[in-house]
Design a protein around this ligand. Structure first.
Ligand code: ZN
Length: 163
């Protein structure tokens, strides 16, 4: 008998992530399922919390508010800069991501949110910040993690780390 989903278990599932505008942001159906270590913060907290206790074969819909997903949208984390702030050979496109350096010298990941004429808006918000996440989940498999997986905080083997 397979265990129910709990901390320290390896979960394999298929999911579809739909945003409130009806668009599909991500899904595993049609491809490889997602395999993760439950309780190790490998997935967004609200999804992890609500999957606790589910079993292999379960199908469910899980609604995750932004604060338990990718966080609230922070307008101060968006910045609009002139095109001339970028190297001239860079072909800027909405959605492209890169590293930037803050005034204090810290490297942070940002992405291009908007391009209007020669004004470029770059964002340090997660692309899904401020969004409610609507997951449809089908639990494929649940197994106990090995001691090594627990120590590393991630899954080994198919769908996981190979090292
Ligand atoms: Zn490992």
């Amino acid at each position: 008998m397979k265990p129910a989903i709990a901390d320290g278990h390896v979960v394999t599932l298929h999911y579809r992530l739909t945003l409130d505008d009806g668009s599909i942001a991500d899904e595993s159906f049609g491809g490889d399922p997602l395999t993760y270590l439950h309780g190790a913060h490998n997935i967004v907290p609200g999804l992890e919390r609500q999957l606790t206790g589910k079993n292999a074969g379960d199908k469910c819909d899980v609604v995750v508010p932004s604060r338990e997903g990718y966080g609230d949208y922070d307008p101060a984390a968006d910045q609009t800069v002139p095109r001339t702030a970028f190297p001239p050979n860079v072909d800027l496109q909405v959605g492209m991501s890169f590293q930037t350096r803050t005034r204090s010298g810290q490297q942070i990941p940002v992405w291009v949110r908007n391009i209007k004429d020669d004004q470029i808006t770059v964002s340090a918000n997660h692309p899904l910040a401020g969004q409610q996440l609507n997951f449809h989940v089908e639990v494929v498999d649940v197994r106990r993690a090995t001691a090594e997986e627990k120590k590393h905080g991630h899954v080994h083997g198919p769908g996981g780390h190979h090292h």
